[in-house]
Structure formats: C-alpha cells, structure tokens
Design a protein around this ligand. Structure first.
Ligand SMILES: NC(=O)c1ccc[n+]([C@@H]2O[C@H](COP(=O)([O-])OP(=O)(O)OC[C@H]3O[C@@H](n4cnc5c(N)ncnc54)[C@H](OP(=O)(O)O)[C@@H]3O)[C@@H](O)[C@H]2O)c1
Length: 315
C-alpha cells in the first residue's frame, strides 16, 4: 500500500507561459499505434493529465483519438488536460513551423496545445523526410535555420493563442541560456533526459532561478542497461518505503522540483506509475548524494537522432 498524499497531483505554475503543468506526465513514445491509443486512454483514466506527444512519434492521431474517447465519455474535459507536442527537426525553417504545428493540432483534434516544444535543437534538411540521410547514411543537417529563428516563429504561435506556452527539448545549458536571453517569450519548459544517473543539477539550478520548469524524460532509465530500476539504492528504498522502484524514481523527480514523464503500454504499470507518493527526506538524500553512477541513455542531444525511436519507424 502506498501512503495517500497529493504528490501525484502536483502542478507547477508556468512563470513563462499560462497555466500549470502537472508534474507527473504520460509520454506517448509508443511505436505501436493501437497500443498508443489504448495506453493513452488507460493513462487518462488512471489519472494522468499531461499527455506528451510529438510529430516525430507519428502517432498523434491515435493520441487524439484516445483523448476524444475520454472527452466523449465525459470523464475528462479538454481544459482538465495539459497537452504538449513537439516540432520535429525537418520543420525548423520558419516557413515550415506553422504548417507542422497546424498538422499536429489537426491530428490531435485540438484548437490549441498547452505546450509546444522544439523537439531537438538540430535542424535537418527541410522536407517531408523526418530522417534525411546522404548516400553514406549520414544525417543531412540544415544550416539555413538557427534555433533562434525557429524559436521566434514559435513565439508567434503564443501571440496567436494557439500554443499557450513554448519550450525546448534536448538542449544543453548553453542553448537554454541563449534562447532565454534572446527570446521575447522565454521558454516555459526545458525537457531533457534526467534521472538519478543523469541528475542535471546545473540545468535544474538554472531553470529554477529563471522560472523554467525542467521536465525529465527517461525517468526510469527507459528500461536500458544499466538498469536504474535495479539500482541497489533504489530497490532498498522501495522495500523500506513499501513502494515499487518506479514509484521511488518518479517521486524523487517530482520532489526535487522537476516535472517527470513516464511511459508504459502495460495497464498494471500505468496504474502503478500514477500511485506516486512522497519519499522521506533521508531517502531523497540517499538518492541525490548516494548514487554516483553517471549514465546518459539517449544520445539525441549529440546528433538530433532519436535514440529511442527504432530506425525505420516513420522515416
Ligand atoms: N525529447 C526527447 O528527445 C525524448 C526522448 C525520449 C522520450 N521522450 C518522452 O519521454 C517519455 C518517457 O520516456 P521513455 O519512454 O523514453 O522512458 P521511461 O518512461 O523511462 O521508460 C519506459 C520503459 O519503462 C517501462 N516501464 C514503465 N513503467 C514501468 C514500471 N512501473 N516498472 C518497470 N518498467 C516500467 C516501459 O515498459 P512497458 O511499456 O512495457 O510497460 C518502457 O519500456 C516518452 O514517451 C516521450 O514522451 C522524449
């Protein structure tokens, strides 16, 4: 039994945008389309209120259908949700941003999103190919659009009220600073890989000082090796606190002031992942100070190529 507290309902007010982002969000990076739809619906029914989508996942239509199902059943209203999606790398040129954004809205069956993120700071060759490669299988980048050019176009979406807040993903601290300093509208959210093996203390500190929400993906280490869910510090705390290792990792993320994303296709785990409750302060310290391993699971920050999306999925 988990103790009953309000940690799972934590919302973080956006200083650089309107509304408040639920600290516990549901990621929709699920390659199978039918599984996307059933898992998203199950997540909304379990209590998740922040679906995180992306044009790159090529399943926004199924995420939209899952949301419509729960809206139609009058279980949840649109305004109860904080919905995010992301602009992919082949659409960084300013003239491509709005059409890409509108296409996402259409697939999601929405009039606006609560958060629109630039999925990575890497601009790829503009065009319909999401993973453009040359004859040697090297990614074709685009020097014709800087991150700031793309950002300024996203600012226009906020002016139009179609993106309530905008943010960055897979950026370094320097890239976050550059946009924060130059942007007319500041990033509301910076979305990066973070967990006890990649705590990102400097970035978290910068975000806190500047009213930016740091949102973590791969909060469970994405089931990759070395298995964060099997780390002895995490499993010992889970046993002591009568929680599962996943619940310990999610609580740690929220209590240190981040928003966290979690993905699962498994109904039992979806429920488990929403049953998050507070960790005692000594457990927080043990994780923050006692875990010294450092692992980045996703190399997307180095190249813009998504580490967790199988090649061939979509493009
Ligand atoms: N911006 C980016 O570049 C970027 C990159 C990666 C991810 N993301 C976003 O972040 C979201 C979350 O990241 P993620 O999916 O990579 O990582 P994750 O949530 O750390 O890991 C998902 C994996 O953990 C398993 N899992 C879920 N709950 C579990 C539990 N309670 N116990 C044991 N295993 C469990 C899932 O398996 P089952 O599904 O089989 O249950 C799945 O294999 C994505 O969906 C996406 O929205 C963004």
């Amino acid at each position: 039994m988990v103790e009953n507290d309000n940690l799972r309902y934590t919302k973080i007010a956006l200083k650089n945008g309107s509304g408040a982002i639920p600290a516990l969000g549901f990621g929709t990076l699920i390659p199978d389309l039918m599984a996307t739809r059933t898992a998203t619906k199950a997540a909304l029914e379990a209590g998740f209120r922040q679906p995180d989508a992306s044009e790159r996942y090529r399943n926004e239509k199924e995420v939209g259908e899952a949301m419509q199902e729960v809206f139609k059943a009058r279980k949840i209203k649109r305004e109860d949700l904080f919905i995010a999606t992301k602009l992919w790398n082949n659409n960084h040129r300013p003239e491509r941003v709005k059409p890409a954004f509108e296409a996402s809205l259409k697939k999601l069956q929405l009039d606006y999103v609560d958060l629109y993120l630039i999925h990575t700071p890497f601009a790829f060759q503009p065009g319909d190919e999401q993973d453009p490669r040359d004859a040697n299988d090297n990614v074709i980048y685009d020097k014709g659009a800087t991150l700031l050019d793309t950002w300024r176009t996203l600012e226009g979406l906020v002016d139009e009220g179609k993106g309530k807040a905008i943010g960055l993903s897979d950026v370094t601290l320097d890239q976050a600073k550059e946009i924060f300093e130059a942007g007319r509208i500041k990033p509301a959210v910076v979305h990066v890989e973070s967990h006890p093996y990649l705590p990102q203390w400097d970035l978290l500190d910068y975000c806190r000082k500047n009213g930016i929400v740091l949102q973590a993906f791969a909060a469970l280490g994405h089931s990759s090796e070395p298995k964060l869910l099997e780390d002895p510090v995490i499993t010992a705390i889970a046993k002591r606190a009568n929680k599962t290792p996943a619940q310990v990792l999610l609580a740690w993320g929220i209590q240190r002031g981040m928003a966290v994303l979690i993905t699962s296709k498994t109904p039992r785990r979806i429920k488990e992942n929403f049953e998050v409750s507070r960790l005692p302060e000594d457990a927080m310290r043990e994780i923050s100070e006692g875990i010294q391993s450092r692992v980045r699971f996703n190399a997307v920050v180095e190249s813009g190529v998504p580490g967790f999306i199988p090649r061939g999925m979509g493009g």
